[in-house]
Design a protein around this ligand. Structure first.
Ligand SMILES: [Zn+2]
Length: 78
């Protein structure tokens, strides 16, 4: 049983070592989240979906992800 236990200890040690190496190798721990490069992102007024501003629909100062959501608010407000 002595050798078996030794093997387990060695395996656990190796596991920790590789984990440690892997953490050390990561240059920036938190790489910046994938952004729409150089584009401002706005969120839909209805569903809060984030969309690049140039793709969003703008209506009286608010942004919408799609026509359906824009129309939805329009009918609610009036
Ligand atoms: Zn939406």
């Amino acid at each position: 049983m002595g050798i078996f236990r030794l093997l387990i200890v060695a395996a656990i040690g190796w596991l920790f070592y590789t984990l440690y190496r892997r953490i050390q190798q990561q240059p920036g721990k938190n790489p910046p989240p994938a952004k729409f490069e150089g584009e401002e992102v706005v969120s839909c007024r209805v569903c809060a979906l984030h969309i690049p501003r140039n793709e969003a629909l703008r209506e009286s100062g608010h942004y919408y992800c799609c026509r359906e959501h824009r129309d939805q608010v329009d009918t609610q407000d009036s």
